[in-house]
Write a protein that binds this ligand. Structure first.
Ligand code: 6PG
Length: 261
């Protein structure tokens, strides 16, 4: 299996998907920390991403993770004030981050619109790209850390992070982080990793639950171009995992549908 050929796991419903993925992520982090003394995870916003964080917070295995030796990054962020409830980081703190003993220096929030860059979202994107590059191993590829797991929610239009079909961000093939204006999903201004940065992750896990995602899942896995279906361009160097519930998998051809877990 190549990284670009995804593995699909279909769960009975979105609640079980969140709980099972929480167990999967906890195990993956523990394995990385056992092997290398540290782990690096990229979080996603959205309902599925937040449900996963809530499931981790509720997991009896939660504290198998050495939270102080975990680097957290974001795949995208809404470019609003730092304390705006619309911020992915604010929602992540409420669901999990405020309940576990993380090292604050290793929680890398994307810049906010009331930060040093003001309303200059391109400058904010460049700042985050610089923070990623500083954390990257010297001489390693495009200047992002080797993320162990990069999480992505999938939009009904197949967007991932804040990379939307036919938008400039999804066409970016050099920068690791871009400013996004006029996003179809509000709020319109965002900061996002690019596909090259996403594809630098060891594992990319795409989360999609609900019937409103069935068309996007079927389209993205049918092999279209990443410009028309950004989710189809999201894959890891070692593994690409689509974590679905039955509703989101409903439009997949029978031959590509694994058994439900
Ligand atoms: O900032 C964001 O809005 C997210 O990062 C976005 O990419 C999200 O993951 C998808 O839109 C899916 O969102 P849902 O899981 O809520 O459908």
């Amino acid at each position: 299996m190549t990284a670009a050929s995804p593995q699909l796991v279909v769960h009975r419903d979105k609640e079980l998907m969140a709980r099972a993925t929480a167990a999967r992520l906890i195990t993956r982090i523990v394995d990385a920390q056992s092997a290398r003394g540290t782990a690096s995870v990229v979080l996603t916003g959205g309902r599925n991403g937040n449900a996963l964080l809530a499931a981790i917070a509720a997991s009896p295995a939660r504290d198998a993770v050495d939270w102080a030796r975990l680097d957290l990054w974001w795949g995208d962020e809404r470019f609003v004030a730092a304390d705006d409830p619309d911020r992915n980081a604010v929602q992540a703190r409420e669901e999990l981050l405020g309940r576990v003993p993380l090292d604050p220096a290793r929680v890398h929030e994307m810049p906010a619109s009331d930060g040093v860059d003001g309303s200059d979202v391109e400058a904010a994107a460049a700042r985050y790209a610089e923070e990623l590059a500083k954390a990257a191993a010297p001489g390693s590829g495009i200047g992002v850390p080797a993320f162990d797991v990069l999480l992505l929610g999938v939009g009904p239009d197949t967007h991932v992070a804040s990379l939307f079909p036919e938008h400039p961000g999804v066409r970016e093939d050099e920068l690791t982080v871009v400013g996004v204006r006029g996003a179809p999903k509000p709020p319109p201004t965002r900061v996002s990793l690019t596909l090259p940065a996403i594809r630098a992750a060891r594992e990319v896990w795409l989360l999609a639950a609900g019937e409103d995602k069935a068309g996007a899942v079927a389209l993205a896995l049918s092999g279209p171009g990443e410009i028309q279906a950004p989710a189809s361009g999201a894959y890891g160097t070692d593994r690409t995992l689509w974590l679905l519930d039955e509703s989101a998998a409903a439009e997949l051809p029978a031959r590509s549908r694994p058994g439900t877990r």
